[in-house]
Ligand binder design. Structure first.
Ligand SMILES: [Zn+2]
Length: 59
C-alpha cells in the first residue's frame, strides 16, 4: 500500500508531495512539513484529521 498526499490539496500554492508506505509515517512527515514550511507551531489532532482526509491510498 502507498499513502500519498499533496499538501496543495490543503494549502493552495504548496507543491510539496509526500508518499510513504505507512499512514502514520506519512502524517509524521506532513506534520514536520507544516511546522517547518508553513510555520504551524503545533499540529493538532483536528488538523491531522483534516489532513488525513486528503490522503490517497493506492495498492
Ligand atoms: Zn505544504
Amino acid at each position: 500500500m502507498k499513502y500519498q498526499l499533496s499538501c496543495g490539496d490543503a494549502v493552495p500554492g504548496c507543491s510539496a508531495r509526500f508518499e510513504e508506505d505507512s499512514r502514520d509515517r506519512l502524517l509524521e512527515l506532513v506534520s514536520a512539513h507544516a511546522r517547518e514550511d508553513h510555520g504551524v507551531a503545533e499540529v493538532t489532532p483536528e488538523m491531522l484529521e483534516a489532513i488525513g482526509a486528503n490522503i490517497v491510498v493506492s495498492a
